[in-house]
Design a binder for this molecule. Structure first.
Ligand SMILES: *Cc1c(COP(=O)(O)O)cnc(C)c1O
Length: 371
């Protein structure tokens, strides 16, 4: 019957089969959770709050009209790669790969080196996908605690690298969810000490204005990861990996053919050709970040941490984080509650820098909640 819902019949639930066949590490995982905004002001996911500049819309739609979606996309995404190289300052001599978001590139890197005895190492707390993808790839994940001020504990990192000989070290630069930008010399010390790959994840480059791209030539084990998500194109799903051609040729073998669709390729290429508009938005967000930080500092009981990204981590009085999160939700503002994710994040929440109006609405809701 057309439209009828399939109903499973037969002997009960597949629980026993699931227990028999699904890998135990997958059953132990919790799927990546995304909160439902439900009409609220959405400041939980580091999105750029501004839509495409109106003057670009027509040109973009024209570009899309010319795409032959009856054909497979360019498997090498050559035009897009050239645009991304130029926009992101990839040095000559380095190769690039593009992914369906940088998350896919993280997955490709780990699938390339995966093995049961192999370790993935990262300072903690950090971007949760490193652990999740390492687990899915069947690897051992080793977290090394940051210092209480969220700076790198370099001695602990170097000792763990020596002990674990990790296949891959991930350093988010600046880090998510703390916003902290590690010192460049510390990152390079880690690159020099690591026996395997060191992936410097520069998802927040438009807001940090700092990069290790220029260090690629001197460090063949260094890979630099970028995304267009945080600069205003999160819906496209487009990431870039830059590094030594020999490494990238191997990683490229784990890529599914046509991983970036032709509409995404055309959109990304068009957007990066007009990147001035997005750079202006990033500049605006950097200014508003400073204002938001100052305003948070003035709220009694709230301690914001310095951020080089488009979000601010802040601490509220002990035991209050969940109540503050609920209070903000009740007042129509969605932020991320990080309390419980890691001991160093106790009493912490993270707010994305929105438009000035959104930031003001958030601050008002926060003051009201804490009053
Ligand atoms: C948001 C984020 C990403 C995700 O990038 P996508 O390209 O959207 O998959 C990668 N790394 C870090 C550290 C992030 O915060």
């Amino acid at each position: 019957m057309p439209g009828a819902r399939a109903r499973y019949r037969g002997p009960g639930t597949p629980r026993r089969d699931v227990e028999r066949w699904v890998r135990p590490e997958i059953r132990a995982l919790r799927a990546y959770e995304v909160a439902e905004p439900a009409g609220r002001i959405k400041l939980d996911a580091m999105e750029n709050p501004y839509p495409w500049p109106a003057e670009l819309l027509e040109g973009w739609l024209d570009t899309l009209r010319r795409v032959s979606v009856n054909r497979y996309p360019d498997p090498g995404a050559r035009a897009l790669k050239a645009g991304m190289r130029a926009a992101m300052g990839v040095p000559e001599g380095a190769d690039v790969l593009v992914g369906n978001g940088s998350d896919e590139l993280i997955q490709m890197i780990l699938l390339t080196v995966a093995g049961r005895d192999r370790a993935v190492l990262a300072p903690e707390p950090t971007f949760v996908m490193y652990r999740l993808i390492a687990t899915v790839a069947g690897m051992r994940y080793v977290g090394v605690d940051l210092r209480p001020d969220f700076g790198l504990d370099l001695d602990a990192m170097l000792a763990a690298i020596e002990r674990e000989a990790p296949a891959v070290v991930f350093l988010a630069y600046p880090n998510n969810p703390t916003g902290r930008l590690y010192a460049r010399e510390e990152v390079l010390r880690i690159v020099e000490a690591a026996p395997g790959l060191v992936v410097v994840d520069e998802a927040y480059a438009p807001f940090a204005q700092a990069t290790l791209m220029d260090a690629l030539a001197a460090h063949p084990r260094l890979l630099v990861l970028r995304t267009v998500s945080k600069m205003g194109l999160a819906g496209l799903r487009l990431g870039l990996l830059a590094g030594h051609p020999e490494w990238l040729a191997e990683i490229d073998k784990t890529r599914l053919p046509y991983n970036v669709g032709s509409l995404n390729q055309a959109s990304g290429e068009f957007a990066l050709r007009h990147r001035d508009a997005f750079e202006a938005q990033a500049e605006r967000i950097r200014e508003d970040r400073a204002a938001l930080h100052a305003a948070l500092e003035a709220v009694e009981g709230v301690r914001p941490y310095p951020s080089a990204a488009n979000f601010i981590l802040f601490r509220v009085p002990h035991g209050m984080a969940r109540r503050v999160h609920e209070g903000l939700l009740a007042r129509g503002v969605l932020v991320k509650c990080l309390d419980g994710q890691h001991p160093l994040l106790a009493d912490c929440l993270r707010v994305t820098v929105g438009t000035p109006e959104e930031n003001e609405a958030f601050l008002e809701a926060l003051r009201d909640t804490l009053a």
